[in-house]
Design a protein. Structure first.
Length: 334
């Protein structure tokens, strides 16, 4: 498959469409995480033969979502390499517009507001970031006119806001989230990983290790709660279990059944221990936030929460800021 590079919306609109158009939006510096998004888009659109759909990858470094002192100027721009990766992953088109193609009148006077959800977590650390992100996503959705658009779960708050915008403002396309892609040691793939020195990278592993520690604690709690539901912790039942050598199981189920709901607090605490240790490394990890939130609005979940949640972390290692998260489900088998 040969990938076509287009620079203007008119060129893109002139293409004959014969099926679903799937769009993957990037800021370039593509890596295996982006390639996974493109391959998933290819599966959704079809193989591109016999009238199937097409995959469009956008490459645009959006100045609106970089705040003062952030890395707009040093953000990597590697279009030739990006096109090769996109082509190998199955893209039909790379749409790489210039800034004046996306913002022909300069910075737009009318922008999309992310609302209260955009002021939390990443929004509190990077004021205005999500307004800029949603504005360019809205522009690119209009310019590319997809049937489906795919985004990575690694940017969980971004994904949630895009879904909310598309729903609230009736954009009329499907939004698909794709799980985070990780390196063999667990570090989430990011274009910013290239900024890390070898020692900084070792410290950066604490982000995923903290999430996995919280995830392991959550899994253990949910397993105990499931056992408690399956084996009622009555005195008679405990005595019967003890008689056949299962007194420990009886004690576990009784303890879980009687314990006050504290799952989220324990998950946070397990993750925090790893991050506290990383703060003493050389170089240290400087934590921005650790949060366990409801994915519908990114507010912290209460101790009695049931349903979906996101355990999210952001931190700096040296001059590089990294984010990561994992999805969790509380009380899945109530």
């Amino acid at each position: 498959m040969t990938t076509t590079v287009l620079r203007t919306a008119d060129e893109l609109h002139a293409r004959v469409r014969t099926g679903r158009r799937a769009v993957v939006m990037t800021m370039g510096a593509l890596h295996e995480g982006h390639a996974t998004l493109i391959r998933t888009a290819r599966e959704i659109a079809g193989d591109g033969l016999a009238g199937d759909g097409e995959v469009v990858v956008t490459v645009f470094v959006n100045p609106l979502q970089f705040g003062a002192g952030e890395d707009l100027d040093r953000y990597p721009r590697t279009l030739d390499a990006d096109v090769k990766i996109a082509e190998q992953a199955g893209a039909d088109v790379v749409f790489a517009p210039a800034v004046d193609e996306v913002y022909p009148g300069g910075e737009p006077q009318v922008r999309i507001s992310a609302g209260p959800m955009g002021e939390r977590l990443e929004g509190s650390t990077r004021p205005g970031h999500f307004d800029g992100m949603l504005t360019v996503v809205a522009k690119l959705l209009h310019l590319t006119r997809p049937d489906v658009a795919l985004y990575g779960q690694k940017d969980a708050q971004q994904l949630a806001l895009i879904r909310r915008m598309v729903r609230d403002l009736n954009f009329g396309m499907e939004i698909v989230g794709v799980p985070t892609v990780r390196e063999a040691d667990g570090l989430a793939l990011s274009s910013r990983n290239r900024y890390l020195s070898a020692t900084e990278r070792r410290t950066a592993l604490a982000l995923s290790q903290a999430l996995f520690a919280g995830g392991d604690r959550h899994a253990a709690q949910e397993a105990l709660r499931a056992r408690a539901r399956e084996v009622p912790a009555t005195h008679a039942r405990a005595a019967a279990l003890s008689a056949i050598g299962e007194s420990r199981a009886a004690a576990d189920t009784h303890a879980v059944a009687k314990a006050a709901p504290g799952g989220p607090a324990a998950v946070r605490a397990a993750a925090r221990l790893v991050l506290d240790d990383a703060a003493r490394l050389k170089p240290p990890l400087a934590l921005d936030y650790l949060a366990l939130v409801d994915p519908s609005d990114f507010t912290e979940i209460p101790d009695d929460h049931t349903g979906e949640a996101v355990l999210a972390v952001a931190a700096r290692v040296g001059a590089t800021r990294l984010i990561d998260n994992i999805p969790l489900t509380f009380g899945a088998a109530s």
